[in-house]
Write a protein that binds this ligand. Structure first.
Ligand code: F6R
Length: 606
């Protein structure tokens, strides 16, 4: 989710690169860097403004590359910021994505005498290219040979000082767009960095490479087979381009769900073996085997994700799990138990109450773990070990894609801890295979938004709404209600459906809608009874149900279907329509859903 910008043409490259970086900053902002074929590398931690302070007025060089980083491997620091160089410092490159086999490649390169100066996966690309160049290959052949050794995802722009007007570009699972100007080319990870210069663009497909000079852009396959494709014209203006053509970041981030789920599981999930590899927990494998109780802490949506995690860990990993919001946990007189661990769930990794809870747990000598999105954030640094989400920066204040990724990482953790205990091979494979197919199922939901829009029409006039669910979907009822409150200011409450009769049913009347999350799972029949009870009191019902469930359509006023999956994974599907529902209601009411009133993205005060 980092940002790449590169240039080859007659102008001062550094100016174009800095402008491009500012436009890309929404993709990541923990550090930035740039280099031209005639300059040394400039790097700075923090926003692009910090980099600008370091880059002199006249840098020289009309070919260059630049990057704004959202850390995945290695904390945000100047050393880890891109561009990265080879040992001879003759080439430099910027990279988006994750090189999964970087450890193997790095060890082999180190044995061959290469010295690494960063902790990143990216740097292996520079040294591999160098080794092929030293062996006598041309830049094109060295680049192609390098790419053929990489496993994982990449968008790459590389400059070689021996060929000062060339940028070598590659794309595999991380987008690259080439802007075609008059005697100049612009390269970027998304059009927002280049639309101010040109609207004529060529998108690289996965497995494609481009050799770009001011006058030429040769596209080819990894096997050096030429590809010719006519450029397209983009209609977006700068602001729209940042949102990928969507009206809001919230919608863009919901739509990124499938990609985020793939990234969060990449290199970790092994469906065929029914197992999971979590590099961030490797150092504490033995301590994890001794865990008898986990206490999850989080705030807001992260707490609700943790609540789903409690059900997962108890049912499939066999570990007693309790959960608390950070603002309560930190004041609880937690009894010290042998074998207890505290797991913080936090997108930002900076939420004050969650952080204070981790500090309190450490003070009491407990093992602390984190599921965190922002690499190098305080919670990531202060926990003993953890798993990163790799969901990329979330700009919309209301959490959407990060929530999805939190659920997925909790499922991965459940398989991992379950396999250390009594989770059977068959069950683990069943869950792992379903998890591997979850991104496609989310895609399917996102392709059919009409029922969700119809449901939003029903909700937009309401002043109150109730969300109900059971077992794995009880927390999703809470999350759905929170989303609606946040972005549409409709008062909504989430309840475990079994609690209806203990109070909330008193509210039901024709103007009070209920959203019932009722996939075909082990509590389906009980959810149907709850829906009947609401209908008997003339309450409108919007149901989220499994595809092919025709029964529920006879009872509910509106049905939103989700594909079938393993019960434990249903929240990953059921929450998606609820995020969209809140979005459509908020937009219909004319609110700025990306910046709801009174809210901040990162709550760093108590
Ligand atoms: C809701 C939302 C918040 C956050 C909460 C925790 O849409 O975004 O409830 O989930 O403030 O934030 P993190 O995950 O950064 O600790």
């Amino acid at each position: 989710m980092c940002g790449i910008v590169a240039y080859s043409g007659p102008k001062d490259a550094s100016k174009i690169l800095l402008e491009g970086l500012v436009a890309l900053e929404y993709r990541g902002y923990d550090s930035a860097g740039l280099v031209t074929t005639h300059s040394g590398i400039f790097k700075a931690v923090g926003p692009v403004a910090e980099l600008k302070k370091k880059v002199p007025e006249s840098v020289g060089g009309s070919t260059g590359i630049a990057h704004t980083r959202w850390a995945t491997h290695g904390v945000p620091s100047e050393l880890n910021a891109h561009p990265h160089e080879d040992c001879g410092k003759t080439i430099a490159l910027v990279h988006n994505g994750i090189i999964e086999n970087y450890q193997e490649l790095k060890s082999a390169l180190q044995k061959a005498g290469h010295t690494f100066s960063s902790e990143t996966d990216t740097e292996v690309i520079a040294h591999l290219y160098e080794s092929y160049k030293t062996a006598g290959k041309t830049p094109k052949d060295a680049f192609l040979a390098t790419l053929r050794e990489l496993e994982g995802t990449y968008g790459i722009a590389l400059i070689d000082r021996a060929h000062p007007d060339v940028v070598l570009v590659a794309c595999m699972g991380s987008p690259i767009v080439i802007g075609i100007g008059d005697g100049e080319h612009f390269i970027a990870s998304d059009p927002s960095a280049i639309v101010r210069h040109t609207k004529k663009v060529l998108y690289l497909n996965d497995g494609e490479v481009a050799i770009v000079t001011p006058r030429e852009c040769q596209v080819m396959t990894l096997g050096a087979k030429k590809i010719s494709r006519a450029p397209e014209t983009i209609e977006w203006e700068v602001e729209e381009a940042k949102k990928g053509g969507h009206a809001h970041f919230m919608l863009k981030e919901i739509m990124e769900g499938p990609e985020v789920l793939r990234t969060s599981a990449r290199g970790r999930l092994r469906p065929e073996e029914g197992d999971v590899k979590l590099g961030g927990l490797l150092s504490i494998t033995h301590e994890l085997k001794r865990i008898k109780r986990i206490t999850i802490v989080g705030c807001g949506s992260a707490y609700y994700a943790g609540l789903v995690g409690k059900y997962m860990l108890e049912e499939y990993a066999g570990i007693a799990t309790d959960i608390d919001v950070g603002s309560e946990f930190r004041y609880r007189g937690l009894p010290l138990e042998e074998g207890a661990a505290v797991l913080a769930v936090s997108q930002s990794g900076e939420t004050a109450d969650t952080l204070a809870s981790i500090r309190e747990a450490k003070r009491r000598g407990l093992l602390t773990l984190g599921i965190v999105n922002v690499v190098g954030s305080t919670i990531a640094r202060e926990t003993d070990a953890g798993v990163y989400n790799h969901a990329g920066p979330e700009i919309g204040v209301a959490s959407t894609k990060a929530f999805l990724s939190q659920l997925e990482v909790l499922a991965l953790l459940t398989i991992f801890l379950g396999r250390q205990r009594h989770l059977s091979d068959t069950e683990a494979k069943r869950i792992a295979k379903e998890l591997a197919s979850i991104p496609e199922k989310v895609e399917k939901i996102l392709k059919n938004v009409e029922p969700i829009k119809r449901a939003a029409e029903r909700l937009k006039g309401a002043t109150n709404a109730l969300y109900i669910g059971r077992k794995y979907n009880m927390p999703i009822a809470l999350e759905g209600a929170l989303k609606l409150k946040e972005v549409s200011y409709v008062h909504a409450e989430g309840y475990g459906a079994g609690e209806m009769k203990h109070g909330p049913i008193a509210m039901i009347e024709p103007s009070f809608p209920t959203v019932a999350i009722a996939p075909r799972d082990s509590v389906y029949a009980k959810m149907i009874s709850n829906i009947e009870e609401i209908k008997a009191r003339k309450g409108p019902v919007i149901a989220v149900a499994t595809e092919g469930d025709t029964e529920i359509a006879k009872k509910a006023d509106e049905v939103i279907h989700i594909p079938e999956t393993h019960e434990m994974l249903t929240p990953i599907l059921s929450v998606v329509p609820l995020q969209l529902l809140a979005y459509y209601v908020g937009v219909a009411k004319g609110y700025n859903v990306d910046r709801p009133r009174n809210l901040a993205k990162s709550v760093t005060v108590e």
